[in-house]
Design a protein around this ligand. Structure first.
Ligand code: 7TS
Length: 408
């Protein structure tokens, strides 16, 4: 094993991992749905509400200034995390879903029209499909879909063939929540730009696994959810190139996003304020900053290597189970495995595993078109984080073998 990280010590940072389920130690393998939170994040949230709670950008009093400073510091921390050129390129939203809806409405509604094309992929989460369908219904634009191969990779020839001067936006997952595939997004951004299209990357399943550099990728937009990055639910991020954001109208109207309001006309703040109507999730932004600081204290490349090793190990173990089929065999994958087991419904797998203290997810994982593509309605999915262990992969395998005997 090549690990240089101290997993036992990392696990001590995550109190919930020490839960017992019906007397058995919890094996948490549902990290693609949401990750667990280290004490550093929980403490930052508590400290914020104990010492700095106030509304932001409005009061001049001591607490209002502390809260505003903490919120804006979190924005800077996120900008550094993504290597954005400036912190004004970071907009706080509720999560990936709201982020994509923001872009669909503030970019898609005003800038796309009849005959324009939006390129998605077969493996997209519904959050990166439905907002674009709303754009198509309203503006007469069309969805075009980049297919996936049997191994769960994008068909790059098809992508090239689908690109044309009609393509206005390419919107795709950096990493797939159902297959684990890490898409070759940098090359795709280059190709899309060469055709005059812009690119949105859905980083929900990427940021928790490997470092992301938006300037290097040169993507126009990047979105992610804090809760998949070891922070709380309800706070996520839209990164957008500043000039692009500056050209876009607001997505929601309300307090704090305006310069001047009269009944005749309202003028809007510059980004990011323009896109943050109302009181945001201040505590969530602070917690997200703390999660990024926590990760910054770990060797991220070592974590990546560790997760890669764990994925290989678990894939090897699961592959030995007769009748188990893995969906997603891409050469570059984040650490998750979706599978079916002959003769057993994925929901039954998840239920029996739960009785053994093992948490996985079963269903379509909000990727119905992808499941339809493979001719199935559901899969079971074990998704790992750097705090999971080989021993947990072994427990999963043993329980699956038991299920096979039970149902087989
Ligand atoms: N995009 C991808 C690739 C995702 O995996 C998810 C959530 C979303 C968007 C939506 O994120 P949200 O935070 O706004 O809900 N994926 C999953 C999952 O795989 N299981 O539960 C949620």
């Amino acid at each position: 094993m090549t690990t240089t990280i101290d997993v036992a010590s990392i696990r001590r940072d995550f109190p919930i991992l020490h839960t017992r389920v019906g007397g058995r130690p919890l094996v948490y393998l549902d990290n693609a749905a949401t990750t667990q939170k280290p004490v550093a994040v929980l403490s930052a949230l508590e400290k914020h509400y104990k010492e700095s709670n106030a509304n932001i950008h409005r009061g001049v009093h001591y607490l209002a200034e502390r809260a505003t400073d903490a919120y804006e510091l979190a924005r800077k921390t996120v900008a550094g995390f993504l290597n954005a050129a400036r912190s004004e390129e970071i907009i706080f939203v509720r999560g990936t879903t709201e982020g994509i809806n923001l872009i669909a409405q503030s970019y898609g509604f005003p800038f796309l029209g009849e005959g324009d094309e939006i390129l998605l992929t077969t493996m997209e989460h519904h959050a990166n499909i439905v907002p674009w369908q709303l754009v198509c219904e309203r503006n007469g634009a069309k969805l075009r879909i980049i297919p996936v191969t049997d191994s769960g990779e994008l068909d790059m020839e098809a992508f090239t063939a689908l690109l044309s001067e009609r393509t206005k936006i390419v919107s795709l997952a950096h990493a797939s929540n159902a297959l684990g595939t890490v898409n070759p997004v940098k090359a795709m951004v280059d190709k899309a730009h060469a055709c005059g299209a812009i690119v949105l990357l859905d980083g929900a399943q990427a940021v928790g696994h490997f470092p992301v550099d938006v300037q290097d990728l040169d993507c126009d937009f990047y979105v992610f959810s804090g809760h998949k990055l070891f922070s709380t639910t309800g706070a996520g991020v839209v990164y957008g190139k500043y000039d692009r954001l500056q050209s876009m109208p607001p997505f929601q109207g309300g307090g704090d996003m305006i310069n001047k309001v009269t009944f005749e006309k309202t003028t809007y703040k510059r980004p990011p304020g323009r896109f943050e109507a109302g009181t945001p999730n201040i505590g969530g932004a602070v917690a997200l900053g703390a999660a990024i600081e926590y990760l910054g204290g770990l060797d991220r490349l070592a974590l990546l290597e560790y997760e890669h090793d764990l994925l290989q190990y678990a894939t090897g173990l699961l592959s030995e189970i007769e009748g188990l089929k893995i969906y997603g065999r891409a050469s570059e994958k984040v650490s998750l495995i979706s599978f079916t087991l002959e003769g057993v419904h994925p929901h039954d797998i998840a239920t029996v595993l739960d009785a053994d203290g093992i948490a996985i997810r079963a269903g379509h994982h909000c990727t119905q078109p992808l499941h339809r593509h493979y001719g199935i309605s559901a899969t079971a999915r074990a998704s790992f984080a750097y705090y999971n262990t080989r021993e947990e992969a072994e427990k999963l395998t043993a329980s699956l073998k038991k299920i096979k005997l039970l149902f087989g």
